[in-house]
Design a protein around this ligand. Sequence first.
Ligand SMILES: [Zn+2]
Length: 114
Amino acid sequence: MPDKLNDSINEFRLAIEIELTDLISQSNQSSAERKPVRLDQQSVGRLSRMDAFQIQEMAKALDTRRQKRCRELNAALNRIEQREYGICEGCGDDIPEKRLQINPAARRCVECVK
Ligand SMILES: [Zn+2]
């Protein structure tokens, strides 16, 4: 881990933990929307049934993205523990702190992401 991150590492850890907590609570809140749509409801018309399917599909897609982000954030926490945080996996250089502030789970510098 770059020495210059010593002072700010706790802020990054905190930012990661806050985002993780937020994602988990969002996922819990939307779990009902991802449940299979019940088709036997007479009161549900054809159009609104399609809406229900669309909402379910959107909720599932959103949750897939959330799960992916959770894995990235957990991996970043691991790198903090291993003191490998802030080092680009592509070129081995330090990832600029500004970039980590924008995305604390970044594994590569901007050049290596291109
Ligand atoms: Zn790089």
